[in-house]
Design a protein around this ligand. Sequence first.
Ligand SMILES: C[S@@+](CC[C@H](N)C(=O)[O-])C[C@H]1O[C@@H](n2cnc3c(N)ncnc32)[C@H](O)[C@@H]1O
Ligand code: SF4
Ligand code: SF4
Length: 295
Amino acid sequence: MNVVADPTDFGARPFPAALVNVTNRCNLECKHCFVFREGNPNASIDRMDDETMLRQLEVLRDRHGIKNMLFMGGEPMVRRKLVLAGMDLFEQGSMVTNGTYGIPCAPGHLVTVSLDGPPDENDAIRGSGVFSRVEQSIRARDRDDGTVVMLQMTVTKKNAPSMERFVEAVADWPVDGVAFSFFVPHEGERSELAWDTNEERDEVLDRVVALKGKYPDLVKTSLDTLALMRSDRCLEFVGDNCTLKSMLPLYVGEGGVFERTFCCYGNDVDCDRCGAYAVFNAGRHRAERSADSEG
Ligand SMILES: C[S@@+](CC[C@H](N)C(=O)[O-])C[C@H]1O[C@@H](n2cnc3c(N)ncnc32)[C@H](O)[C@@H]1O
Ligand code: SF4
Ligand code: SF4
């Protein structure tokens, strides 16, 4: 048996949640993807083999009390065996996938499938034919296999007009829900994808609220969280206050060992315009916990 080195020392603090980028390889080239931005650790080489990664994740789990591990990439399904074995190491394992390699059976775990609009809009971002490939895989899955499957649309200024058509297009799919997250621009970004100000994004949040009213069982986005994403509240939850700072983001760096990036969206991010739903949702839970402890 190979001797597997201990993982990088990230101190002793607990991290109930962590994410691991298992690969930078990907079969798609989505227009909005932060992974391939200049300055991120994104060379498409896997510098850590399956055995080493699984062993190191186990050590980190025990060292930091990690209960929830999110498997990310690149496209995590290019290392399918590793990811499925890895998810089983944690109380709650989850992965985000582009869905083009099929929908894995991962009982007790969460598989989030990314699609960024109805067929025309999605394929302009994710590539020709991707929407229908993903639809076929989702329709072919066994809905009773114990895996929780969610769809996630990453909303940008450009694809926002198609949100309603997206929900209509997937309304009868065998999934557990639809989620929305919003674009995270790089520092100083002025592009067709990024809202210049958070005030401009408010109108889009209002439309998610309306969609939740129309499809209450399908759209899982929390109205309370959406309220915190509005321009009058959002800056309370980003930057130094970002709740994802209590999550350990693991990337495999140049030396073939785990490193952490500034943020799970890479190193060069504009926190003041962050649209990551998870940031605000976790911020809401933190605020509720502290209100409970004061009450
Ligand atoms: C980086 S991908 C990795 C997993 C997989 N390849 C996929 O596409 O789902 C994870 C999620 O990040 C989203 N994403 C990519 N670039 C983003 C950005 N700049 N801002 C916000 N979300 C982004 C993708 O749409 C996807 O839902
Ligand atoms: S599939 Fe995922 S990792 Fe690949 S380019 Fe698209 S968003 Fe980025
Ligand atoms: S960009 Fe990254 S660090 Fe900044 S608020 Fe968003 S998730 Fe947090």
